[in-house]
Design a protein around this ligand. Structure first.
Ligand code: SF4
Length: 311
């Protein structure tokens, strides 16, 4: 398989086939982000021949009699049929409709057991597709996009150079709803800055409450010296929330969400991992956050953050 640089995928895509169709990010301007800094380029599309050869390799895993015999002799279970593909890169959904359709065609040709295709998407990537194209992409298997909206707080979105506003999130995700393409969000606690955490949480709940995200995943801002945000802090233009304020912010988000959704904090940026289903687990999740807020010391949480070498 061709994999370039660090490969990022959401926790719930652990059993999906990771197929590299892009590397890097077309936007590359969010002030807090250092995710694709290890690549020598900003963004690259994979050559079709590489995608095809990776799919041929994946096809062999689950259908090749020798692979199956080897697995049996080694006492490991028979390779599972591949049901889902996750396209890698920061925003493969930016690819032109025709290319996404061609990739779906190759996936179904080589691995016919695949039912759905997911990937990360930016809100601006959805804007590039017509309603008819979105419907047709859904028919071709695209479903379960993961969108790092980060927040519904316009002030924070603008300062961090996300490249869209809260109204764009609502407009574009409604288009996904109409096309039948499901999506999950990532929220970035502390993106609104010190003293504004709960404002950002409420603005985000307002956005989410108009939409139908399957999941809302929580990441916590972790600032690395290579980021532009670090420079902004040095210049005195921005201040990070305390670790405790980040937990209060997540609690405020939970308190204001009115939609059914999975809610989870599972990535490395979270010192405490938790997950549940809304609305039924809301009180238990809030109780867990209250316990952290009341009993865990700011210094201990900070120590976790500063020792986090990599997300
Ligand atoms: S946060 Fe996402 S969209 Fe923004 S620069 Fe990083 S990878 Fe690209």
């Amino acid at each position: 398989m061709h994999y370039t640089g660090t490969i990022w995928r959401p926790p719930y895509e652990a059993s999906s086939l990771l197929l590299e169709v892009t590397a890097g990010c077309t936007h590359h301007k969010c002030k807090f982000c250092t995710l694709y800094h290890d690549l020598p380029f900003k963004f690259r599309m994979s050559p079709v021949k590489d995608i095809e050869s990776d799919l041929q390799e994946a096809q062999l895993w689950s259908t090749d009699p020798i692979s199956m015999l080897t697995a049996r002799l080694q006492g490991i279970s028979r390779p599972e049929r591949i049901r889902r593909v996750f396209l890698t890169g920061a925003n493969p959904f930016v690819l032109k409709y025709e290319r996404l359709m061609a990739i779906a065609g190759l996936i179904h040709q080589y691995v016919p057991s695949v039912k759905t295709i997911g990937c990360f998407s930016r809100i601006t990537d959805v804007m590039l597709k017509s309603d008819e194209e979105l419907a047709s992409l859904r028919q071709a298997g695209y479903d379960g996009l993961t969108i790092g909206i980060e927040t519904g707080d316009d002030e924070a979105l603008q300062f961090m150079n996300k490249g869209y506003a809260a109204a764009d999130i609502v407009k574009q995700c409604r288009r996904l709803d109409r096309a039948g393409i499901h999506y999950s969000f990532f929220y970035l606690a502390s993106i609104s800055g010190a003293g504004r955490g709960e404002i950002g949480a409420k603005a985000t709940a307002d956005v989410c409450n108009q939409l139908h995200p399957v999941r809302i995943g929580i990441n916590m801002l972790t600032i690395y010296p290579e980021s532009e945000l670090y420079q902004e802090i040095q210049r005195g233009n921005w201040k990070e929330e305390s670790e405790i304020e980040k937990y209060k912010e997540i609690r405020a988000l939970l308190e204001h969400l009115e939609i059914p959704a999975q809610f989870a904090a599972l990535g490395a940026s979270n010192a405490f991992l938790f997950q549940g289903t809304l609305p039924e687990d809301r009180e238990a999740l809030i109780a867990a956050l209250n316990k952290i807020i009341e009993t865990v010391k700011e210094d201990d949480l900070r120590e976790y953050r500063v020792n986090l070498r990599h997300l």
